[in-house]
Design a protein around this ligand. Structure first.
Ligand code: ZN
Ligand code: ZN
Length: 137
C-alpha cells in the first residue's frame, strides 16, 4: 500500500490523513469552484471517506452547486484555506483540495469538468479529457 496522503490548511489548525488511493482526481471549472478558489477552477482528489482521518474544527457551509446537488464545503476559520468537499450526490466520498496536500505533486489530474463555465484565461492541460458538466457516471 502506498504512503498515506497527508495535508491540511495553511495555518496547520486543520489536518487530514488518508489511507488509500484517490477514486478520481479532477479539475473543476464550475462557478462555485471559481468563487471558492479565487481563480478559474478548483483541483481535487476524491477519496472513500472511510479512509479519511480529520483533525481540527473546520467551518462548514452548504450550497447548491451547478449540478443542482447540495455540496458541503469545509474551510479553516482561522486561515480561510479550503479543506474538503462532500457532495450529497456522492455519499461516502470526500474530495480534498490538491494544494492542501503536504506534497501537491501527488495530484494526478485525470479530467477537466464543467468546462461550460470555464474562462478563456483559465486554460488547463489540453491533453486531459474534458466534460461540459459532470462526467457520465
Ligand atoms: Zn488554517
Ligand atoms: Zn466545481
Amino acid at each position: 500500500m502506498s504512503e498515506a496522503y497527508t495535508g491540511g490548511c495553511a495555518c496547520g489548525a486543520n489536518r487530514y490523513e488518508i489511507d488509500g488511493e484517490p477514486v478520481v482526481s479532477v479539475h473543476c471549472q464550475c462557478r462555485d469552484c471559481q468563487h471558492k478558489s479565487g481563480t478559474g477552477h478548483g483541483s481535487y482528489l476524491a477519496f472513500q471517506g472511510a479512509g479519511v482521518k480529520l483533525t481540527g474544527d473546520p467551518t462548514r457551509w452548504d450550497l447548491v452547486g451547478d449540478s443542482g446537488n447540495v455540496k458541503t464545503r469545509a474551510f479553516c476559520p482561522t486561515c480561510g484555506s479550503p479543506l474538503y468537499i462532500t457532495n450529497a450526490a456522492m455519499p461516502g466520498l470526500i474530495a480534498v483540495h490538491a494544494a492542501s496536500l503536504d506534497d501537491p505533486g501527488r495530484f494526478k489530474p485525470q479530467m477537466v469538468m464543467y468546462t461550460v463555465r470555464g474562462h478563456a484565461w483559465d486554460s488547463v492541460d489540453p491533453s486531459l479529457p474534458t466534460f461540459e458538466k459532470m462526467p457520465p457516471a
